[in-house]
Design a protein around this ligand. Structure first.
Ligand code: SF4
Length: 386
């Protein structure tokens, strides 16, 4: 039972049907309202010109309107745009647009493949397709984060609050409206500020909104939820969406001691439980789980750890993204040398895994993973591991 009324932007078409039928509106009006919001991205009832005036007034009285306002856009030299967004209560979050020119074999394409959902390989076969700029959007699910991972800026100030489904989906509505000429919104990754599965209800509702055929209609295989490893919610996501939502796991270590030091959540859900949850995830055929592994110099970058990782993941349909840690002010930890990264990758490739090194994007605007820091949060130096 919801304690607060559902925001109009968070309503699904069937919920609009129920609420508008109760007001005596005609049956197709529900679809019209949903179209205005989620297909056309118009949140101002006054602009919904095909609706009767009394309904527009009712929608305004219900609070339909912008849920977040762009305050600043930081543009990186590599084209990455970080948007600082202000919520209605004054809190700020960030979302990141990562453009990449498509085209078989291009570095940008490889980068997008590594950063986003699985299986872009299928689409690279599109014969003679004109190069387009594919955009991956990284979205936030909480203001701050409670998980406290040692290499991540988002957890510095702790959790302030969950985002509503309207604020999660609203980031994509806004991101889509801010695309530039020739750009297509291709993938959405729940990898920004916050742990999506810690805010399960709103995350699940936003997934239904974003993939609804009457709305933005994103393909489920182009939407990736990334988690630090909340085992019960991984099972719930799998059951609620039949395994259709792409899953990424922030693993970052192949043994419990190292992982618990980097990620406190591992004390609650150790590796054997997490791996069991991944084996049980009802993944469709030919799809893979993405394993995110941030390489932190001197902590988890030893070739022996790569061998442990290869053993740990044996038999699971995965691809592995290696991410040299992005330097953040809040931590004394840093990335390994390039040769060390290459050696780690080689072990995994030799073991038969698809393994990518993710190029750091948007470093100059602090837009890369683990850098979505709360503005005004006071950085503290996290202890080194070991
Ligand atoms: S890595 Fe993800 S789960 Fe961990 S603190 Fe950062 S935002 Fe939270």
């Amino acid at each position: 039972m919801r304690s607060t009324p559902l925001h109009p932007v968070a309503r699904l078409p069937e919920e609009w049907s129920t609420s508008l039928a109760a007001r005596g509106e005609r049956s197709f009006t529900a679809k019209q309202v949903f179209h205005w919001i989620h297909r056309r991205g118009i949140l101002d009832p006054a602009a919904m010109t095909n609706l009767p005036a009394r309904l527009r007034e009712h929608l305004a009285a219900e609070g339909l309107g912008e849920v977040l306002t762009p305050e600043r856009v930081h543009r990186s030299e590599d084209g990455t745009r970080k948007l600082l967004l202000r919520l209605r209560d004054g809190a700020t979050i960030e979302t990141v647009l990562l453009p990449s020119v498509s085209g078989p074999g291009s570095q940008a394409q490889l980068d997008a493949d590594a950063a986003a959902a699985d299986d872009d390989e299928d689409d690279d076969a599109e014969a003679g397709a004109a190069p387009r700029v594919r955009v991956t959007q990284c979205i936030s699910t909480q203001v701050g984060c409670a998980m406290g991972c040692g290499f991540c800026a988002s957890g510095v100030a702790g959790l302030k609050r969950h985002l509503g489904a309207e604020e999660i989906a609203g980031q994509v509505l806004l991101g889509r409206a801010m695309l530039e000429e020739g750009e297509d919104l291709r993938n959405v990754v729940y990898m920004g500020m916050g742990e999506p599965l810690h805010n399960y209800e709103n995350t699940a509702r936003s997934l239904r909104l974003l993939t609804h055929p009457e709305g933005i209609n994103l393909s489920t295989r182009r939407v990736t939820v990334s988690t630090s490893g909340l085992v019960p919610e991984i099972a719930r996501l799998g059951a609620d969406f039949g395994g259709q939502i792409a899953l990424a796991i922030s693993l970052h270590a192949a043994d419990d001691e190292t992982r618990s030091a980097l990620m406190p959540i591992n004390r609650k859900y150790p590796l054997d439980e997490l791996l069991a949850a991944l084996r049980a995830y009802p993944l469709p055929r030919r799809r893979r789980i993405t394993i995110e592994y941030t390489l932190v110099a001197g902590q988890n970058d030893d070739p022996a750890e790569a061998r442990r990782l290869a053993k740990l993941l044996r038999g699971l349909p995965v691809k592995i993204n290696l991410i040299p840690m992005n330097p953040i002010e809040a931590s004394s930890l840093g990335p390994p040398a390039q040769e060390r990264v290459a050696a780690f990758q080689e072990v995994l490739t030799q073991a038969g895994y698809s393994c990518f090194v993710r190029r750091r994007r948007g470093d100059d605007v602090s837009a890369a993973c683990g850098q979505l820091v709360l503005l005004g949060a006071k950085p503290k130096v996290r202890r080194a591991l070991g």
